[in-house]
Design a protein around this ligand. Structure first.
Ligand SMILES: NC(=O)C1=CN([C@@H]2O[C@H](COP(=O)(O)OP(=O)(O)OC[C@H]3O[C@@H](n4cnc5c(N)ncnc54)[C@H](OP(=O)(O)O)[C@@H]3O)[C@@H](O)[C@H]2O)C=CC1
Ligand SMILES: O=C1O[C@H](COP(=O)(O)O)[C@@H](O)[C@H](O)[C@H]1O
Length: 489
Protein backbone atom coordinates (compact mmCIF):
# COMPACT_ATOMS: atom_id res chain seq x y z
CA UNK A 1 0.00 0.00 0.00
CA UNK A 2 1.42 3.33 -1.01
CA UNK A 3 0.01 6.22 0.99
CA UNK A 4 0.54 9.37 -1.07
CA UNK A 5 0.31 7.49 -4.38
CA UNK A 6 -0.47 10.60 -6.41
CA UNK A 7 2.55 12.49 -5.08
CA UNK A 8 5.92 13.37 -6.51
CA UNK A 9 7.92 10.61 -4.83
CA UNK A 10 5.54 7.87 -5.97
CA UNK A 11 5.59 9.17 -9.53
CA UNK A 12 9.30 9.87 -9.89
CA UNK A 13 10.81 7.09 -7.83
CA UNK A 14 8.46 4.38 -6.55
CA UNK A 15 6.53 3.35 -9.69
CA UNK A 16 9.61 3.25 -11.97
CA UNK A 17 11.59 1.33 -9.32
CA UNK A 18 8.80 -1.20 -8.90
CA UNK A 19 8.65 -1.61 -12.67
CA UNK A 20 12.38 -2.29 -12.86
CA UNK A 21 12.04 -4.94 -10.16
CA UNK A 22 9.12 -6.47 -12.06
CA UNK A 23 10.99 -6.53 -15.36
CA UNK A 24 14.05 -8.13 -13.79
CA UNK A 25 11.88 -10.85 -12.26
CA UNK A 26 12.46 -9.61 -8.72
CA UNK A 27 8.76 -9.00 -8.19
CA UNK A 28 6.69 -12.11 -8.84
CA UNK A 29 3.17 -12.06 -10.22
CA UNK A 30 1.96 -12.43 -6.62
CA UNK A 31 1.78 -8.76 -5.89
CA UNK A 32 -0.73 -5.94 -5.90
CA UNK A 33 -0.26 -2.25 -5.19
CA UNK A 34 -2.99 -0.15 -3.61
CA UNK A 35 -2.45 3.56 -4.14
CA UNK A 36 -3.97 5.74 -1.44
CA UNK A 37 -4.55 9.50 -1.72
CA UNK A 38 -7.47 11.90 -1.41
CA UNK A 39 -8.19 12.89 -4.99
CA UNK A 40 -10.90 10.84 -6.70
CA UNK A 41 -9.44 8.52 -9.35
CA UNK A 42 -10.69 5.33 -10.94
CA UNK A 43 -8.41 2.28 -11.10
CA UNK A 44 -7.99 2.94 -14.84
CA UNK A 45 -6.94 6.54 -14.26
CA UNK A 46 -4.50 5.48 -11.58
CA UNK A 47 -3.04 2.79 -13.84
CA UNK A 48 -2.62 5.42 -16.58
CA UNK A 49 -0.69 7.59 -14.12
CA UNK A 50 1.53 4.64 -13.26
CA UNK A 51 2.19 3.94 -16.96
CA UNK A 52 3.04 7.59 -17.59
CA UNK A 53 5.47 7.79 -14.72
CA UNK A 54 7.20 4.57 -15.79
CA UNK A 55 7.51 5.65 -19.41
CA UNK A 56 8.91 9.03 -18.36
CA UNK A 57 11.65 7.35 -16.35
CA UNK A 58 12.40 4.25 -18.41
CA UNK A 59 13.02 3.91 -22.17
CA UNK A 60 11.86 0.35 -22.66
CA UNK A 61 8.70 -0.75 -20.95
CA UNK A 62 7.53 -3.84 -22.83
CA UNK A 63 5.59 -5.31 -19.90
CA UNK A 64 3.93 -2.14 -18.72
CA UNK A 65 0.33 -3.32 -19.34
CA UNK A 66 0.84 -6.48 -17.32
CA UNK A 67 2.64 -4.52 -14.58
CA UNK A 68 0.06 -1.75 -14.25
CA UNK A 69 -2.83 -4.22 -14.12
CA UNK A 70 -1.65 -5.02 -10.56
CA UNK A 71 -2.36 -1.43 -9.41
CA UNK A 72 -5.56 -0.39 -7.61
CA UNK A 73 -6.64 2.94 -6.22
CA UNK A 74 -8.38 3.79 -2.97
CA UNK A 75 -9.49 7.39 -2.51
CA UNK A 76 -9.14 8.08 1.16
CA UNK A 77 -8.28 10.92 3.49
CA UNK A 78 -5.86 9.37 5.99
CA UNK A 79 -7.33 11.46 8.79
CA UNK A 80 -10.78 9.98 8.14
CA UNK A 81 -11.22 6.94 10.41
CA UNK A 82 -14.09 5.50 8.38
CA UNK A 83 -12.06 4.85 5.24
CA UNK A 84 -9.67 2.32 6.75
CA UNK A 85 -12.30 -0.44 6.94
CA UNK A 86 -12.95 -0.26 3.19
CA UNK A 87 -9.21 -0.12 2.55
CA UNK A 88 -8.80 -3.30 4.57
CA UNK A 89 -11.60 -4.96 2.63
CA UNK A 90 -9.89 -4.16 -0.67
CA UNK A 91 -6.57 -5.43 0.71
CA UNK A 92 -8.19 -8.72 1.76
CA UNK A 93 -9.76 -9.20 -1.67
CA UNK A 94 -6.43 -8.60 -3.37
CA UNK A 95 -4.66 -10.85 -0.90
CA UNK A 96 -6.84 -13.73 -1.93
CA UNK A 97 -6.86 -12.84 -5.68
CA UNK A 98 -3.05 -12.58 -5.93
CA UNK A 99 -2.27 -15.19 -3.22
CA UNK A 100 -0.24 -12.78 -1.15
CA UNK A 101 -0.09 -15.02 1.94
CA UNK A 102 -1.14 -12.09 4.13
CA UNK A 103 2.11 -10.19 3.54
CA UNK A 104 1.75 -6.43 3.59
CA UNK A 105 4.10 -3.49 3.11
CA UNK A 106 2.79 -0.05 4.01
CA UNK A 107 4.80 2.72 2.32
CA UNK A 108 4.19 6.20 3.75
CA UNK A 109 5.09 8.55 0.89
CA UNK A 110 3.33 11.47 2.53
CA UNK A 111 4.01 14.50 4.65
CA UNK A 112 5.46 13.34 7.99
CA UNK A 113 2.70 14.90 10.10
CA UNK A 114 0.45 12.00 8.97
CA UNK A 115 2.84 9.15 9.85
CA UNK A 116 1.65 8.65 13.42
CA UNK A 117 -2.08 8.85 12.55
CA UNK A 118 -1.73 6.34 9.73
CA UNK A 119 0.22 3.85 11.85
CA UNK A 120 -2.37 4.04 14.64
CA UNK A 121 -5.25 3.47 12.21
CA UNK A 122 -3.49 0.60 10.52
CA UNK A 123 -3.44 -1.16 13.85
CA UNK A 124 -6.84 -0.11 15.19
CA UNK A 125 -8.66 -0.92 11.97
CA UNK A 126 -7.09 -4.33 11.60
CA UNK A 127 -4.88 -3.69 8.57
CA UNK A 128 -1.82 -4.94 10.44
CA UNK A 129 -3.67 -8.01 11.64
CA UNK A 130 -2.27 -10.35 9.01
CA UNK A 131 -0.99 -13.91 8.81
CA UNK A 132 2.15 -12.99 6.88
CA UNK A 133 4.67 -10.23 7.47
CA UNK A 134 3.79 -6.58 7.97
CA UNK A 135 6.35 -3.87 7.27
CA UNK A 136 6.22 -0.11 7.46
CA UNK A 137 8.39 1.94 5.13
CA UNK A 138 8.72 5.49 6.26
CA UNK A 139 10.18 8.46 4.45
CA UNK A 140 12.28 11.20 5.89
CA UNK A 141 12.16 13.52 7.70
CA UNK A 142 11.85 11.31 10.77
CA UNK A 143 10.78 14.10 13.10
CA UNK A 144 12.05 17.65 13.31
CA UNK A 145 14.34 17.14 16.29
CA UNK A 146 15.01 14.46 18.88
CA UNK A 147 11.88 15.20 20.87
CA UNK A 148 9.48 15.01 17.92
CA UNK A 149 11.31 11.97 16.55
CA UNK A 150 10.81 10.20 19.89
CA UNK A 151 7.13 11.04 19.83
CA UNK A 152 6.77 9.72 16.29
CA UNK A 153 8.70 6.60 17.14
CA UNK A 154 6.43 5.90 20.09
CA UNK A 155 3.38 6.21 17.85
CA UNK A 156 4.85 3.89 15.24
CA UNK A 157 5.93 1.36 17.83
CA UNK A 158 2.35 0.89 19.04
CA UNK A 159 1.59 -0.69 15.65
CA UNK A 160 4.97 -2.02 14.46
CA UNK A 161 7.98 -3.60 16.12
CA UNK A 162 11.39 -1.99 15.50
CA UNK A 163 12.33 -4.77 13.08
CA UNK A 164 9.18 -4.08 11.06
CA UNK A 165 10.02 -0.39 10.56
CA UNK A 166 12.10 0.46 7.50
CA UNK A 167 13.28 4.07 7.77
CA UNK A 168 14.41 5.15 4.34
CA UNK A 169 17.64 7.02 3.85
CA UNK A 170 17.98 6.85 0.10
CA UNK A 171 21.75 7.48 0.29
CA UNK A 172 22.06 4.01 1.82
CA UNK A 173 20.63 2.61 -1.42
CA UNK A 174 23.27 4.27 -3.58
CA UNK A 175 25.67 1.82 -5.16
CA UNK A 176 28.86 3.58 -4.10
CA UNK A 177 27.64 4.26 -0.57
CA UNK A 178 27.09 0.52 -0.25
CA UNK A 179 30.55 0.09 -1.74
CA UNK A 180 32.22 1.92 1.17
CA UNK A 181 32.13 -1.23 3.29
CA UNK A 182 33.52 -3.41 0.49
CA UNK A 183 36.33 -0.96 -0.33
CA UNK A 184 37.27 -0.83 3.34
CA UNK A 185 36.82 -4.40 4.45
CA UNK A 186 37.77 -6.37 1.33
CA UNK A 187 41.08 -4.66 0.57
CA UNK A 188 44.23 -5.50 2.46
CA UNK A 189 45.85 -2.28 1.22
CA UNK A 190 43.29 0.02 2.82
CA UNK A 191 42.12 -1.44 6.11
CA UNK A 192 45.55 -1.34 7.86
CA UNK A 193 45.84 2.36 6.92
CA UNK A 194 42.30 3.28 7.90
CA UNK A 195 43.09 5.14 11.14
CA UNK A 196 44.64 8.23 12.68
CA UNK A 197 48.20 7.04 12.04
CA UNK A 198 47.84 7.24 8.27
CA UNK A 199 44.83 9.40 7.48
CA UNK A 200 45.20 13.18 7.69
CA UNK A 201 41.58 14.08 7.11
CA UNK A 202 38.41 12.94 5.39
CA UNK A 203 36.17 15.20 3.30
CA UNK A 204 32.58 14.35 2.46
CA UNK A 205 30.88 16.66 -0.03
CA UNK A 206 27.34 16.49 -1.33
CA UNK A 207 26.71 19.53 -3.48
CA UNK A 208 23.61 20.27 -5.52
CA UNK A 209 22.99 22.62 -8.41
CA UNK A 210 19.25 22.75 -7.83
CA UNK A 211 17.70 25.22 -5.43
CA UNK A 212 14.74 24.44 -3.19
CA UNK A 213 12.39 24.27 -6.19
CA UNK A 214 8.77 23.92 -4.97
CA UNK A 215 9.77 22.74 -1.51
CA UNK A 216 10.14 26.16 0.12
CA UNK A 217 7.49 25.51 2.75
CA UNK A 218 9.20 22.33 3.96
CA UNK A 219 12.72 23.67 3.56
CA UNK A 220 12.10 26.85 5.54
CA UNK A 221 11.52 24.69 8.62
CA UNK A 222 14.22 22.22 7.78
CA UNK A 223 17.33 23.85 6.30
CA UNK A 224 20.34 21.90 5.10
CA UNK A 225 21.29 20.68 8.58
CA UNK A 226 18.07 18.72 9.06
CA UNK A 227 17.53 17.96 5.37
CA UNK A 228 20.96 16.49 4.61
CA UNK A 229 23.34 16.43 7.59
CA UNK A 230 21.14 14.70 10.19
CA UNK A 231 20.60 11.78 7.83
CA UNK A 232 22.61 11.29 4.63
CA UNK A 233 25.87 12.98 5.67
CA UNK A 234 26.06 11.35 9.10
CA UNK A 235 25.18 7.98 7.61
CA UNK A 236 28.10 8.25 5.19
CA UNK A 237 30.39 9.28 8.05
CA UNK A 238 29.23 6.28 10.11
CA UNK A 239 30.02 3.88 7.26
CA UNK A 240 33.44 5.45 6.75
CA UNK A 241 34.38 5.38 10.41
CA UNK A 242 32.81 2.21 11.80
CA UNK A 243 34.80 -0.78 13.00
CA UNK A 244 34.59 -3.93 10.89
CA UNK A 245 31.41 -5.72 11.93
CA UNK A 246 31.89 -9.29 13.14
CA UNK A 247 29.36 -10.43 10.55
CA UNK A 248 27.77 -8.75 7.55
CA UNK A 249 24.28 -8.84 8.97
CA UNK A 250 21.83 -6.08 9.81
CA UNK A 251 22.32 -6.06 13.58
CA UNK A 252 26.10 -6.18 13.52
CA UNK A 253 26.48 -3.42 10.92
CA UNK A 254 23.95 -1.19 12.64
CA UNK A 255 25.60 -1.74 15.98
CA UNK A 256 28.98 -0.59 14.61
CA UNK A 257 27.40 2.50 13.02
CA UNK A 258 25.71 3.34 16.29
CA UNK A 259 29.07 3.24 18.09
CA UNK A 260 30.47 5.85 15.67
CA UNK A 261 27.52 8.15 16.27
CA UNK A 262 27.97 7.71 20.01
CA UNK A 263 31.63 8.67 19.70
CA UNK A 264 30.88 11.78 17.67
CA UNK A 265 32.08 14.75 19.73
CA UNK A 266 29.06 16.93 20.59
CA UNK A 267 29.39 20.51 19.37
CA UNK A 268 27.29 23.03 21.24
CA UNK A 269 26.98 26.65 22.36
CA UNK A 270 29.99 28.83 21.62
CA UNK A 271 31.85 25.98 19.89
CA UNK A 272 29.34 25.84 17.06
CA UNK A 273 30.88 28.82 15.26
CA UNK A 274 34.34 27.21 15.44
CA UNK A 275 33.22 23.87 14.01
CA UNK A 276 30.28 24.69 11.76
CA UNK A 277 29.57 27.16 8.98
CA UNK A 278 26.13 27.93 7.64
CA UNK A 279 25.36 29.52 4.29
CA UNK A 280 22.44 30.74 2.27
CA UNK A 281 22.51 31.17 -1.48
CA UNK A 282 22.25 34.53 -3.15
CA UNK A 283 21.30 35.02 -6.78
CA UNK A 284 23.94 34.09 -9.30
CA UNK A 285 24.47 32.17 -12.43
CA UNK A 286 24.69 28.45 -13.03
CA UNK A 287 25.77 27.17 -16.46
CA UNK A 288 25.15 30.71 -17.80
CA UNK A 289 21.54 30.77 -16.55
CA UNK A 290 20.63 33.24 -13.85
CA UNK A 291 19.30 31.80 -10.60
CA UNK A 292 17.32 33.65 -7.90
CA UNK A 293 18.42 34.07 -4.30
CA UNK A 294 16.93 31.68 -1.73
CA UNK A 295 14.97 34.56 -0.21
CA UNK A 296 13.27 35.11 -3.57
CA UNK A 297 12.06 31.50 -3.86
CA UNK A 298 8.35 30.59 -3.49
CA UNK A 299 7.13 30.09 0.09
CA UNK A 300 10.36 31.50 1.52
CA UNK A 301 10.45 34.48 3.89
CA UNK A 302 12.19 37.54 2.39
CA UNK A 303 14.39 37.73 5.51
CA UNK A 304 14.75 33.97 5.99
CA UNK A 305 17.39 32.76 8.45
CA UNK A 306 17.33 29.23 6.99
CA UNK A 307 20.63 27.73 5.89
CA UNK A 308 20.90 26.19 2.44
CA UNK A 309 24.53 25.21 3.02
CA UNK A 310 26.37 23.57 5.90
CA UNK A 311 30.04 22.80 6.36
CA UNK A 312 31.32 21.22 9.51
CA UNK A 313 34.28 19.63 11.19
CA UNK A 314 33.45 16.40 12.98
CA UNK A 315 35.66 14.60 15.46
CA UNK A 316 35.18 11.02 16.48
CA UNK A 317 36.54 10.44 19.93
CA UNK A 318 37.67 6.85 19.77
CA UNK A 319 40.95 5.00 19.49
CA UNK A 320 40.90 4.77 15.69
CA UNK A 321 39.94 8.33 14.85
CA UNK A 322 41.21 10.56 17.66
CA UNK A 323 42.57 13.74 16.09
CA UNK A 324 41.40 13.12 12.51
CA UNK A 325 39.03 15.83 11.29
CA UNK A 326 36.15 14.66 9.15
CA UNK A 327 34.94 17.63 7.15
CA UNK A 328 31.47 17.57 5.68
CA UNK A 329 29.76 20.06 3.38
CA UNK A 330 26.45 20.10 1.60
CA UNK A 331 24.44 22.79 -0.07
CA UNK A 332 22.01 23.84 -2.73
CA UNK A 333 22.73 25.98 -5.79
CA UNK A 334 26.39 25.12 -5.76
CA UNK A 335 28.69 24.91 -8.76
CA UNK A 336 28.23 21.20 -9.42
CA UNK A 337 26.03 18.26 -8.57
CA UNK A 338 28.47 15.95 -6.89
CA UNK A 339 28.74 13.58 -3.97
CA UNK A 340 32.29 12.57 -3.21
CA UNK A 341 34.37 11.29 -0.36
CA UNK A 342 38.06 12.17 -0.29
CA UNK A 343 40.36 10.35 2.11
CA UNK A 344 43.59 12.29 2.38
CA UNK A 345 46.52 10.23 3.65
CA UNK A 346 49.35 11.66 5.71
CA UNK A 347 52.64 12.25 3.98
CA UNK A 348 55.42 9.70 4.40
CA UNK A 349 57.93 10.52 7.20
CA UNK A 350 60.63 11.70 4.81
CA UNK A 351 59.64 12.58 1.28
CA UNK A 352 62.76 12.42 -0.90
CA UNK A 353 60.96 14.11 -3.77
CA UNK A 354 59.73 17.05 -1.72
CA UNK A 355 60.60 20.35 -3.36
CA UNK A 356 57.83 22.79 -2.69
CA UNK A 357 54.39 22.66 -1.15
CA UNK A 358 53.03 22.48 -4.70
CA UNK A 359 54.94 19.32 -5.55
CA UNK A 360 53.85 17.58 -2.40
CA UNK A 361 50.92 15.53 -3.61
CA UNK A 362 49.35 13.55 -0.82
CA UNK A 363 47.84 10.17 -1.61
CA UNK A 364 44.12 10.47 -1.94
CA UNK A 365 41.44 7.84 -2.17
CA UNK A 366 38.39 9.34 -3.82
CA UNK A 367 35.05 7.55 -3.68
CA UNK A 368 32.78 8.96 -6.36
CA UNK A 369 29.19 8.47 -5.23
CA UNK A 370 27.41 10.49 -7.90
CA UNK A 371 26.84 11.49 -10.65
CA UNK A 372 29.70 9.27 -11.80
CA UNK A 373 30.40 6.17 -9.75
CA UNK A 374 33.87 4.87 -9.11
CA UNK A 375 37.08 5.06 -7.15
CA UNK A 376 40.28 6.96 -7.86
CA UNK A 377 43.55 6.42 -6.07
CA UNK A 378 45.97 9.34 -6.37
CA UNK A 379 49.58 8.23 -6.21
CA UNK A 380 52.99 9.62 -7.14
CA UNK A 381 55.19 8.13 -9.84
CA UNK A 382 58.32 9.08 -11.73
CA UNK A 383 57.97 11.87 -14.24
CA UNK A 384 58.90 10.46 -17.67
CA UNK A 385 62.31 11.63 -18.92
CA UNK A 386 65.76 12.18 -17.50
CA UNK A 387 64.88 13.73 -14.17
CA UNK A 388 63.96 11.84 -10.99
CA UNK A 389 61.04 14.09 -10.19
CA UNK A 390 57.75 12.71 -8.92
CA UNK A 391 54.51 13.42 -10.68
CA UNK A 392 50.94 12.66 -9.60
CA UNK A 393 49.21 9.69 -11.27
CA UNK A 394 45.72 8.32 -10.84
CA UNK A 395 44.34 4.80 -10.79
CA UNK A 396 40.72 4.79 -11.77
CA UNK A 397 37.81 2.45 -11.49
CA UNK A 398 34.58 3.67 -13.08
CA UNK A 399 31.67 1.51 -12.07
CA UNK A 400 29.64 1.83 -15.25
CA UNK A 401 32.65 1.10 -17.46
CA UNK A 402 33.30 -2.22 -15.78
CA UNK A 403 29.77 -3.52 -15.38
CA UNK A 404 28.48 -2.15 -18.65
CA UNK A 405 25.05 -1.57 -17.11
CA UNK A 406 23.40 1.22 -15.27
CA UNK A 407 23.50 0.50 -11.58
CA UNK A 408 20.07 0.08 -10.00
CA UNK A 409 18.39 3.17 -8.62
CA UNK A 410 18.64 3.60 -4.85
CA UNK A 411 14.87 3.21 -4.43
CA UNK A 412 14.85 0.04 -6.49
CA UNK A 413 17.43 -1.55 -4.22
CA UNK A 414 15.74 -0.40 -1.04
CA UNK A 415 12.29 -1.58 -2.10
CA UNK A 416 13.76 -4.95 -2.98
CA UNK A 417 15.57 -5.16 0.37
CA UNK A 418 12.35 -4.37 2.19
CA UNK A 419 10.44 -7.08 0.30
CA UNK A 420 13.15 -9.56 1.24
CA UNK A 421 13.11 -8.39 4.85
CA UNK A 422 16.67 -7.06 4.80
CA UNK A 423 16.82 -3.87 6.90
CA UNK A 424 20.61 -3.39 6.73
CA UNK A 425 20.38 -0.34 4.49
CA UNK A 426 17.67 1.35 6.52
CA UNK A 427 18.27 3.39 9.64
CA UNK A 428 17.68 1.96 13.07
CA UNK A 429 15.98 4.12 15.68
CA UNK A 430 19.21 4.40 17.70
CA UNK A 431 20.99 5.94 14.69
CA UNK A 432 18.15 8.39 14.14
CA UNK A 433 18.10 9.42 17.80
CA UNK A 434 21.89 9.90 18.05
CA UNK A 435 21.97 11.91 14.83
CA UNK A 436 19.23 14.21 16.08
CA UNK A 437 20.94 14.72 19.40
CA UNK A 438 24.08 15.80 17.51
CA UNK A 439 22.35 18.19 15.10
CA UNK A 440 19.87 19.56 17.68
CA UNK A 441 22.69 21.29 19.55
CA UNK A 442 23.72 23.08 16.38
CA UNK A 443 20.15 24.00 15.37
CA UNK A 444 19.55 25.45 18.83
CA UNK A 445 22.38 27.93 18.34
CA UNK A 446 21.54 28.76 14.73
CA UNK A 447 17.86 29.26 15.45
CA UNK A 448 18.54 31.58 18.34
CA UNK A 449 20.96 33.81 16.41
CA UNK A 450 20.12 35.62 13.21
CA UNK A 451 22.91 35.27 10.65
CA UNK A 452 23.54 38.85 9.58
CA UNK A 453 25.67 37.85 6.60
CA UNK A 454 22.91 35.91 4.82
CA UNK A 455 22.91 35.50 1.87
CA UNK A 456 26.60 34.68 1.96
CA UNK A 457 27.35 32.71 -1.18
CA UNK A 458 26.42 33.32 -4.79
CA UNK A 459 24.49 30.65 -6.66
CA UNK A 460 26.88 28.65 -8.79
CA UNK A 461 29.78 28.75 -6.32
CA UNK A 462 31.08 26.19 -3.83
CA UNK A 463 29.70 27.97 -0.76
CA UNK A 464 30.75 30.72 1.65
CA UNK A 465 34.37 31.72 2.20
CA UNK A 466 34.10 30.79 5.87
CA UNK A 467 33.86 27.13 4.80
CA UNK A 468 37.31 27.39 3.20
CA UNK A 469 38.66 29.05 6.34
CA UNK A 470 37.34 26.16 8.42
CA UNK A 471 39.93 23.90 6.74
CA UNK A 472 42.62 26.53 6.34
CA UNK A 473 42.79 26.83 10.16
CA UNK A 474 43.89 23.18 10.22
CA UNK A 475 46.30 23.56 7.28
CA UNK A 476 44.02 21.83 4.75
CA UNK A 477 41.78 22.83 1.86
CA UNK A 478 38.74 21.34 0.18
CA UNK A 479 39.77 19.11 -2.67
CA UNK A 480 37.85 20.52 -5.66
CA UNK A 481 35.12 18.02 -6.50
CA UNK A 482 34.96 18.79 -10.21
CA UNK A 483 38.70 18.33 -10.78
CA UNK A 484 38.46 14.97 -9.11
CA UNK A 485 35.81 13.67 -11.52
CA UNK A 486 36.50 10.10 -12.48
CA UNK A 487 35.91 10.93 -16.15
CA UNK A 488 38.55 13.66 -16.08
CA UNK A 489 41.18 11.40 -14.58
N1 LIG B 1 9.75 13.94 -3.59
C1 LIG B 1 10.96 13.54 -3.27
O1 LIG B 1 11.90 13.48 -4.10
C2 LIG B 1 11.26 13.12 -1.88
C3 LIG B 1 10.25 13.04 -0.93
N2 LIG B 1 10.54 12.61 0.34
C4 LIG B 1 9.50 12.46 1.33
O2 LIG B 1 8.43 11.68 0.81
C5 LIG B 1 7.19 12.10 1.31
C6 LIG B 1 6.24 12.46 0.16
O3 LIG B 1 6.83 13.49 -0.59
P1 LIG B 1 6.23 13.97 -1.99
O4 LIG B 1 5.77 12.81 -2.82
O5 LIG B 1 7.24 14.88 -2.57
O6 LIG B 1 4.96 14.81 -1.54
P2 LIG B 1 3.75 15.35 -2.43
O7 LIG B 1 3.27 16.58 -1.77
O8 LIG B 1 4.10 15.38 -3.86
O9 LIG B 1 2.63 14.21 -2.26
C7 LIG B 1 1.86 14.05 -1.09
C8 LIG B 1 0.86 12.93 -1.30
O10 LIG B 1 0.07 12.80 -0.14
C9 LIG B 1 -1.31 12.80 -0.50
N3 LIG B 1 -2.07 13.36 0.61
C10 LIG B 1 -1.90 14.59 1.18
N4 LIG B 1 -2.77 14.75 2.21
C11 LIG B 1 -3.46 13.58 2.30
C12 LIG B 1 -4.47 13.10 3.17
N5 LIG B 1 -4.94 13.84 4.17
N6 LIG B 1 -4.96 11.86 2.96
C13 LIG B 1 -4.49 11.09 1.95
N7 LIG B 1 -3.54 11.48 1.10
C14 LIG B 1 -3.03 12.71 1.26
C15 LIG B 1 -1.35 13.62 -1.78
O11 LIG B 1 -2.43 13.30 -2.61
P3 LIG B 1 -3.86 14.04 -2.59
O12 LIG B 1 -3.56 15.49 -2.68
O13 LIG B 1 -4.56 13.46 -3.76
O14 LIG B 1 -4.47 13.64 -1.31
C16 LIG B 1 -0.07 13.12 -2.46
O15 LIG B 1 -0.32 11.87 -3.06
C17 LIG B 1 7.52 13.27 2.26
O16 LIG B 1 7.70 12.75 3.54
C18 LIG B 1 8.86 13.78 1.73
O17 LIG B 1 9.60 14.44 2.73
C19 LIG B 1 11.82 12.24 0.68
C20 LIG B 1 12.86 12.32 -0.21
C21 LIG B 1 12.68 12.79 -1.55
O1 LIG C 1 16.89 13.81 0.88
C1 LIG C 1 17.19 14.71 0.11
O2 LIG C 1 18.09 14.47 -0.85
C2 LIG C 1 18.14 15.27 -2.02
C3 LIG C 1 19.47 14.98 -2.66
O3 LIG C 1 19.49 13.64 -3.06
P1 LIG C 1 20.43 13.17 -4.23
O4 LIG C 1 20.22 11.71 -4.30
O5 LIG C 1 19.99 13.91 -5.46
O6 LIG C 1 21.82 13.57 -3.85
C4 LIG C 1 17.98 16.73 -1.70
O7 LIG C 1 17.82 17.45 -2.90
C5 LIG C 1 16.76 16.95 -0.87
O8 LIG C 1 16.69 18.31 -0.48
C6 LIG C 1 16.79 16.09 0.36
O9 LIG C 1 15.52 16.14 1.00
Amino acid sequence: MIFGATGDLAKRKLFPSLYRLFEKGNLSEHFAVIGVARRPLTNDEFQDNVKKSVSTAIDKEDRIEEFSSHFYYHSHDVTDSDSYASLNKLAEQLDSHYQLDGNRIFYLAMAPEFFGTIALHLKEDGLTNVNGFKRLVIEKPFGHNLESAKELNTQLRTAFAEDEIYRIDHYLGKEMVQNIEVIRFANAIFEPLWNNRYIANIQVTSSEVLGVEERGRYYEKSGALRDMVQNHMLQMVALLAMEPPIRLNTDEIRSEKVKVLRALRPISGEEVKDYFVRGQYDSGSITSESAPAYREEQMVEPDSNTETYVAGKLLIDNFRWAGVPIYIRTGKRMAAKSTKIVIQFKDIPMNLYYQTEQTLNPNLLVIHIQPEEGITLHLNAKKAGQSMEATPVKLNFANKGIDGINTPEAYEKLLYDCMRGDATNFTHWDEVALSWSFTDKISEVWESTVEKNFPNYASGTMGPKAADELLEKDGYFWWPVTDLDVEKC
